[in-house]
Design a protein around this ligand. Structure first.
Ligand code: NAD
Ligand code: ZN
Ligand code: ZN
Length: 342
């Protein structure tokens, strides 16, 4: 017995999503629950998914969305770790195998058997979704469902990336790309006691960065960001790159101080040139970082529950998903758009 739901469906890459009212979801199986959605953030990854931007592609038809917050309305056979009425969320790390080398060593985000919310499993751009109860987020009591949604991907991703910079309290980090991820990265960085330099190519984004506590802001369209950051900070200890243009990646290497670490998070299609001489002589570390483990997600939600993180959000109905994607392509969204199903 399937459940028919209203959902925004990718039927073909690079085509508008189709909002359907009779999309079929299976019944929740073992380790699964059916969730009635209240909100869902819209991540740039959802746009990459709908465009088919990446080498490993999802198979249409599918429902994007991996920042969904909702209420459990049914559980599968034998499920006892959540109950009807609990508030839970889906995530990019929808499930993992639990027993491979990566899962066993705290690197479940690298599991080769992982399933991804809104990519290889239907996600939260619908009025209901299925979650794996072992991996679903537990939404803190009293959370505002609109504000907390972006924590489920943007929040955990940037908290993990900041940890991976190995920057310590009092040191400098540069955040490049002040969109959904970047504006939350500034808030986690401040909460961790770091000093923040923010880089984007739009003045409105830099205004948002200052509002959230960036001490230095640089518009990479108007001035040389490497020169500006080196001059203001002497080079940053850590860099988190969330920008959606490959040009920002090679550039970010130049922001670092000797011995610094540059963490790539943004996922635009393409390559970038890296200055071998600088990487070697300055002893730089360049690494990638993909979302976070369940433990990282729990920590990210704890920062939120303590009132330290307030994503800038605006709500939209599901029917406007194609307009939201257009605004995202044009870099016109301030903070995060959250679909409101209420
Ligand atoms: P977004 O659209 O909200 O923000 C992107 C920002 O990049 C915008 O502010 C834009 O102005 C800025 N930008 C564009 N070109 C730039 C440039 N040359 N220099 C500096 N800034 C530039 O997107 P988002 O939801 O924050 O996601 C950002 C990227 O991170 C996407 O590629 C997404 O797929 C990826 N992502 C990765 C992970 C991960 O775990 N690694 C998780 C979530 C999202
Ligand atoms: Zn595994
Ligand atoms: Zn995401």
């Amino acid at each position: 017995m399937n459940t028919q739901i209203k959902a925004a469906v990718v039927t073909a890459f690079q085509q508008p999503l189709s909002v359907e009212t009779n999309y079929e979801l299976p019944e929740p199986g073992p380790n699964q629950a059916l969730v009635k959605l209240v909100t869902s953030g819209v991540c740039h990854t959802d746009l990459h998914a709908a465009e088919g931007d990446w080498p490993v592609k999802p198979s249409p038809p599918f429902v994007p969305g991996h920042e969904g917050v909702g209420e459990v309305v049914a559980v599968g056979p034998g499920v006892t770790d959540v109950k009807v009425g609990d508030m839970v969320g889906n995530a990019w790390l929808w499930s993992a195998c639990g027993s491979c080398e990566y899962c066993e060593t705290g690197w479940e985000t690298l599991c080769e058997q992982q399933r991804n919310g809104g990519y290889s499993v239907d996600g939260s751009f619908g009025d209901h979704m299925i979650v794996d109860t072992r991996y679903a987020a537990r939404i803190p009591e009293g959370a505002d469902p609109v504000e907390v949604a972006p924590v489920l991907c943007a929040g955990v991703t940037v908290l993990k990336a900041l940890k991976r910079t190995e920057a310590r309290p009092g040191q400098w980090v540069a955040i490049t790309g002040i969109g959904g991820l970047g504006h939350i990265a500034i808030q986690y960085a401040k909460a961790l006691g770091l000093r923040v330099a923010a880089v984007d190519i739009a003045d409105e984004k830099l205004e948002l960065a200052r509002k959230h506590g960036a001490e230095i802001t640089v518009n990479a369209k108007n001035e040389d960001p490497i020169e500006a950051i080196q001059k203001a900070t002497g080079g940053v200890h850590g860099v988190v790159v969330t920008a959606v243009h490959p040009a920002a990646f090679g550039q970010a290497i130049g922001f670092a101080r000797r011995g610094g670490t540059i963490v790539f998070v943004g996922l635009p299609a393409g390559d970038f040139p890296a200055p071998i001489f600088d990487v070697v002589l300055k002893g730089l570390t360049i690494r990638g970082s993909i979302v976070g483990t369940r433990r990282d997600l729990k920590e990210a939600l704890e920062f939120y529950a303590r009132g330290l993180i307030h994503p800038t959000v605006a709500t939209r109905p599901l029917e406007e998903i194609n307009e939201v994607f257009d605004e995202m392509r044009q870099g016109k969204i301030d903070g995060r758009v959250v679909i409101d199903y209420r």
